[in-house]
Design a protein. Structure first.
Ligand SMILES: [Mn+2]
Length: 279
């Protein structure tokens, strides 16, 4: 499909039950950010870089404020993800808690490689985490075979290498990345180019909490936004069909620091897709 024909759907999916209530408001806040961005661009009379995606991005907002919507959240999510992926649209999925991205994972299929930027592994079966579906264990509850997942940026001190290997094709810790950023950028680029399709899943807690404080389970010693950007740029070497962002809670933000990082990234993603004619 030509670059002109390819639209982007921004899906605001503010689901935040089973953990980290408040992140739904984060999805809505980021959705508003995109809406304001598109609106500003429409009013711009001089030419700007935003012309690259003018008229090609639409925002679709969901709400989980009725019992019916809550009961069918997973069905709605899977159906929406399926439609977007099938139509060849690109997707920016603005989720509430990380669990709100599970329906996307379930629709990606095994020929899509996921780069999951996350401080955690979300396969925890701890004494204080419910064995039922929750945001801390959601990868164990997929209804379909999960796509291969590469974790980027974890600071886990708990899981054994064997358990990580069972669920992830690779895991690059925050310390690995800091030690040899060039090596991991190269590795991510290579994996991305070797995959049929790529999905980038950003949990806001991947960043060092000094930069993005607006999360429920901050872990110290995270990568700076600049290091994350370098690795995202490498991941964009391949056919990136979508990007998801979750776990942002604006009530925990400090002077909009998190909003600033995540909002800038979303704008960067749009430019990365529409400038340069990579297709
Ligand atoms: Mn996390």
């Amino acid at each position: 499909m030509s670059i002109e024909g390819r639209k982007t759907s921004v899906i605001v999916f503010p689901f935040d039950l089973f953990g980290n209530a408040g992140t739904g408001a984060g999805a809505e806040r980021l959705g508003d950010f995109v809406g304001e961005l598109l609106d500003d661009n429409r009013h711009e009379t001089r030419s700007t870089r935003c012309d690259a995606y003018r008229g090609r991005v639409k925002v679709k907002e969901f709400a989980f404020d009725t019992l019916k919507a809550v009961q069918s959240w997973r069905h709605i999510g899977r159906q929406t993800a399926r439609q977007c992926l099938k139509s060849g649209e690109r997707v920016i999925w603005l989720g509430g808690n990380h669990l709100s991205v599970l329906p996307v994972y379930e629709e990606l299929g095994t020929d899509t490689l996921v780069f999951q930027f996350d401080a955690h592994f979300d396969i925890y079966q701890l004494h204080d985490v419910t064995p039922n579906l929750a945001n801390g264990n959601f990868l164990l509850h997929a209804e379909t075979t999960l796509p291969p997942i590469v974790n980027v940026g974890h600071r886990d001190l708990f899981l054994t290498p064997a358990e990580i290997r069972d669920n992830f094709v690779a895991a690059y810790s925050s310390l690995d990345i800091a030690n040899d950023i060039e090596r991991f950028a190269k590795e991510i680029r290579k994996r991305s180019m070797g995959a049929k399709r790529v999905w980038i899943d950003i949990d806001a807690d991947v960043f060092d909490p000094a930069n993005v404080p607006a999360v429920h389970h901050p872990l110290p010693f995270g990568p700076s936004p600049l290091l994350v950007l370098k690795l995202l740029d490498a991941a964009f070497a391949g056919n990136v069909v979508g990007v998801s962002v979750s776990e942002f809670d604006p009530w925990r933000d400090t002077n909009d620091a998190g909003l600033n990082v995540l909002g800038w990234l979303i704008e960067w993603v749009l430019l990365r897709w529409y400038e340069g004619g990579e297709e």
